[in-house]
Design a protein around this ligand. Structure first.
Ligand SMILES: [Fe+2]
Length: 263
């Protein structure tokens, strides 16, 4: 299917992403799991701080623009991947969302001279992203965190941070927000983290074409190969196939007169 990912697929993805049961109350549910309830999603909270690097002798942007486009931030440390989806309020996957990550190195230091541990990427057609990096070191006075700016095309920027469960400093960090906890599991010598962003983008819930019955019912079905002359019903009407093809979502008989003629 194009331009989206079904809820069922998302739920499967969630199961794959978190095969290890989490301790109750350890982390909030991923947005893809919350979406199973059919409720509108809550936007990812805004979260910023002042500990980001400032260029000496200048006012200092704490965010350094023009990071390289890359999904891998190389460097020494404990390997970490962060993956997930970006959704709109109706749980629609958002493609081409700019995600700009920056973080401290293994020693808790930010690179303010070059672009070590800084990089931006875009979500794919399914709204998915994956960052390959290291577990950031502890910056003085803060709990462990990763910075990110997220922006859907033509929408405002969300500036926020992602946190790690079980960090002692989570309890004392005044900026920490449990809604920004990633799910993290240990895999070999590294860590695999998962987080779903929810941006304040209105929209309609994605449909699930393979299981969505046509309005009014009918025998026409996505995925079926029809031959010229076949007859189906759709939306209470009967159609005759004019040309052999495999049915796809969006190619419902009333929509494609080249393929189907009302009988
Ligand atoms: Fe920071």
């Amino acid at each position: 299917m194009q331009g989206g990912i079904s809820r069922k697929t998302l739920f499967k993805a969630a199961l794959i992403a978190t095969p290890v049961p989490l301790l109750a109350g350890q982390v909030p549910a991923l947005a893809r799991q919350t979406a199973e309830s059919g409720e509108p999603l809550t936007p990812t909270p805004y979260c910023d701080d002042g500990d980001d690097p400032t260029i000496p002798q200048t006012e200092g942007p704490y965010f350094k623009p023009n990071s390289p486009q890359r999904t891998v931030l190389p460097g020494a440390g404990t390997p970490l991947t962060v993956s997930g989806y970006v959704f709109g309020l109706a749980c629609q996957p958002l493609a081409n969302v700019l995600l700009d990550f920056w973080q401290a190195d293994n020693n808790g230091a930010y690179d303010n001279i070059t672009y070590n541990f800084r990089g931006h990427q875009y979500t794919n057609a399914q709204g998915a992203f994956k960052l390959t990096t290291i577990v950031p070191g502890l910056y003085p006075g803060r709990t462990r965190h990763i910075h990110v700016k997220a922006q859907a095309p033509g929408r405002p920027i969300l500036t926020t941070q992602l946190y790690f469960p079980g960090e002692p400093r989570n309890n004392t960090d005044t900026i920490f927000d449990p809604r920004l906890l990633m799910t993290v599991r240990t895999v070999g010598t590294g860590k695999e983290a998962t987080f779903d962003f929810v941006l304040n983008v209105p929209g309609v819930p994605p449909t699930d074409p393979p299981t969505s019955p046509p309005p009014g019912g009918g025998t026409w079905q996505v995925g079926v190969t029809y031959q010229a002359g076949d007859r189906v019903t759709y939306g209470g009407a009967t159609y005759r196939c004019l040309q052999g093809h495999q049915a796809q979502a969006g190619w419902e008989p009333p929509n494609v007169p080249a393929l189907w003629q009302r009988a």
